[in-house]
Write a protein that binds this ligand. Structure first.
Ligand SMILES: O=c1ccn([C@@H]2O[C@H](COP(=O)(O)O)[C@@H](O)[C@H]2O)c(=O)[nH]1
Length: 229
């Protein structure tokens, strides 16, 4: 599979989202991320309608609960034929393993979120009181995810070489916090350009606002894909 640019659909309104998608020619092989904002409003019917249109779906629900609840939720999502699902790695070993068990009868890849890309070293140490360097914390959580059956992690592109070294080349590193040089960084802290993410070995990049809020989303998607190729 070619390494995808995954478009994060963070729209407040489903009509706006469908209008955005209508800019793309029918044969564009789009990989779309549905996160909490759209899922909480439009739920599974929205996921199903995008799957029925042929899009690949990354369902970014970032599950974080006790193992039994996460397993049962994953058993339900396993029937939805989505390509990727997230849980928080900080939910612990049992929770990650339970999520994997729940997805057992599906092709859905389980990805564990390490340290959110909106958190920098300062927030890690002073707010979360985790006395580690960000890259060590991310690598630690990636190893936990790897050892408990996850297929990969969500991290910043900056940590990919360390994660691959600690786990293996086949362990997926899907990286949000992507900002082309001209884009606003906004609330993201650990960012990389598409070209840097490629150089560092990301398996897929996740891009939201630099595409969805661009004057010409299709053009922005093409420029980013070109830089990532
Ligand atoms: O650590 C994380 C985990 C998830 N995300 C999600 O990715 C997109 C990024 O959107 P941008 O507009 O390109 O910033 C968004 O949906 C986040 O929920 C993340 O950014 N970092």
């Amino acid at each position: 599979m070619t390494k995808p640019v995954i478009v994060a659909l963070d729209f407040a309104d489903d009509f706006e989202c469908i209008e955005f998608l209508s800019q793309f020619p029918k044969d564009t092989d789009l990989f779309l991320k549905i996160g909490l904002e759209m899922f909480c409003q439009f739920g599974y019917p929205f996921v199903r309608s995008l799957r029925n249109r042929g899009y690949k779906i990354f369902l970014d629900l970032k599950l974080h609960d006790i193992p039994n609840t996460v397993r049962r939720t994953c058993e339900m999502i396993a029937k939805w034929d989505v390509q990727m699902l997230t849980v928080h790695a900080s939910g612990g070993s049992e929770m990650i393993a339970a999520a994997k068990e729940g997805l057992a009868n599906s092709d859905t890849k389980l990805l564990a979120v390490t340290q959110l890309t909106s958190l920098g070293q300062d927030e890690l140490e002073n707010e979360l009181q985790i006395p580690l360097q960000s890259q060590d914390y991310v690598t630690h959580l990636a190893k936990l995810a790897y050892e408990n059956g996850a297929d990969g992690v969500i991290s910043s592109a900056l940590e990919v070489p360390l994660i691959k070294e600690a786990t293996g080349n086949d362990f997926l590193c899907v990286t949000p916090g992507i900002r082309p040089k001209s884009a606003q960084v906004g609330d993201q802290k650990r960012v990389a350009t598409p070209a840097k993410a490629k150089e560092l070995g990301s398996d897929a990049i996740v891009v939201g606002r630099p595409i969805t809020q661009a004057d010409d989303g299709f053009n922005a998607y093409n420029d980013i894909s070109e830089e990532w190729k």
